[in-house]
Ligand binder design. Sequence first.
Ligand SMILES: [Zn+2]
Length: 155
Amino acid sequence: MIATVLVLFACTGNGQNKNKDKMSDSTQVISRTEEEWRKILSPEQFYVLRQKGTDSPFTGKYYLNKEKGMYSCAACGNELFSSDMKFDSDCGWPSFDKEIAGGKIKKITDYSHGMVRTEIICAKCGSHLGHLFDDGPTSTHLRYCVNSTSVDFKK
Ligand SMILES: [Zn+2]
């Protein structure tokens, strides 16, 4: 008997090293304890950003702001909205029709105060920004209703 053993070496080209999983800055999550936040933020910022407080309507510093610039999270600096996305809203809070890029803001269903609303939080640090409604007057039909206290504005 003749046994023929064929050994095949499969040439499995390993291809290129497709390592494109580098995290960008905007996806790096900041995690601090509430005590740490309390030291960093003003009492008003801590109340709104970390305890989901709300500015009194028609009082916030950016409600009527029409200057060109960028709005970022007041807790961590994550850029959220540009002035181009801001529109005049009669609801009493700064309102935007979209965020500057996907993934900047997380949406969470909020059942507080006997309502079902969509809470918006900073995707980077988890701080409360405001609420998202679908009754916006522009083509996106979105209204990001944001506390002035939750954002910093830079020209
Ligand atoms: Zn943030």
